[in-house]
Design a binder for this molecule. Structure first.
Ligand SMILES: Nc1ncnc2c1ncn2[C@@H]1O[C@H](COP(=O)(O)OP(=O)(O)O)[C@@H](O)[C@H]1O
Ligand SMILES: [Mg+2]
Length: 246
């Protein structure tokens, strides 16, 4: 195994009520790589991300983080190392922005409170929200709330960050500020898997784009290869639809 292999997903399967929504998915991620996962609604993208840290329990397959298999007995520790950014932010509404970013560092990672506070301010600065530390989530725009949730994930020092359609709950004018933060992270060498329909992000930041449909990986390749001529007809059709409506 190469030393810089961070995440390895092998042959993951998942069924709901007899319907197989992941039919044997595999991909891997080296340190600093960004992979963008695309595909029609219902193709299994969220289920795949959620299987990586067992928010959804996979039926079969193997997930390995830095050489260590993700299993039930180590799942809490693994989740602390796998950052997750959700479509709907998932912030604690009764906590300030600062406390949202602090709380898991202290409660999960056992960081001392003063160090966690310093780190939280640094991560808020990194996402452009240094002046919002004492605000509550409801006082922020959706784009700002999503940037708080990214700061919260970063503060945990994750080995990998998973994003599930981080901009799809946002008004179009707020998408850019979140995409810019993700682009910055990608260029700084963060290791990430991003489910998104933001093709400008995919073009600029992805080392590889993975196209999923009906629980399979249909095609994968560099942005240049996919945008200049996907070999698969379904991939081409999907990219055309995104280009028209995205
Ligand atoms: N908790 C669940 N129970 C039953 N079916 C589910 C559940 N979550 C997802 N599904 C089904 O699995 C399929 C894939 O869903 P999902 O992973 O959310 O796709 P995507 O994120 O690509 O839109 C869909 O048919 C969806 O209805
Ligand atoms: Mg989804």
């Amino acid at each position: 195994m190469a030393d810089d292999l961070i995440l390895d997903v092998q042959d993951v399967k998942k069924s709901y009520n007899g319907l197989e929504v992941l039919k044997g998915i595999g991909f891997s991620l080296r340190k600093g790589e960004t992979k963008v996962l695309i595909g029609p609604s219902g193709s299994g993208k969220s289920t795949l991300l959620r299987c990586i840290n067992h928010l959804t329990h996979p039926d079969a397959g193997k997930i390995t983080l830095k050489g260590e298999e993700v299993v039930d007995s180590n799942i809490d520790a693994m989740r602390a190392r796998i950052g997750f950014v959700f479509q709907d932010f998932n912030l604690f509404s009764h906590l300030t922005v600062l406390d949202n970013v602090r709380i898991c560092q202290v409660k999960v990672n056992g960081i001392d409170p003063a160090t966690a506070t310093t780190r939280s301010h640094q991560e808020l600065e990194r996402v452009g929200l240094a002046d919002k530390a004492e605000a509550y989530p409801a006082e922020l725009s959706g784009g700002q709330q999503q940037r708080v949730s990214i700061a919260r994930a970063l503060a945990m020092d994750p080995d990998v960050l998973l994003f599930d359609e981080p901009t799809s709950a946002l008004d179009p004018e707020l998408t850019g500020e979140v995409v810019r933060v993700m682009q910055q992270l990608a260029s700084e060498g963060m290791t990430m898997v991003v489910v998104t329909h933001e093709m400008s992000f995919a073009r600029q930041a992805a080392d590889e784009i993975i196209f999923m449909e009906h629980g399979y990986i249909v095609e994968q390749g560099s942005p240049d290869a996919l945008f200049s001529g996907a070999t698969n007809e379904r991939t081409r059709a999907f990219l055309n639809v995104i280009a028209e409506h995205g």
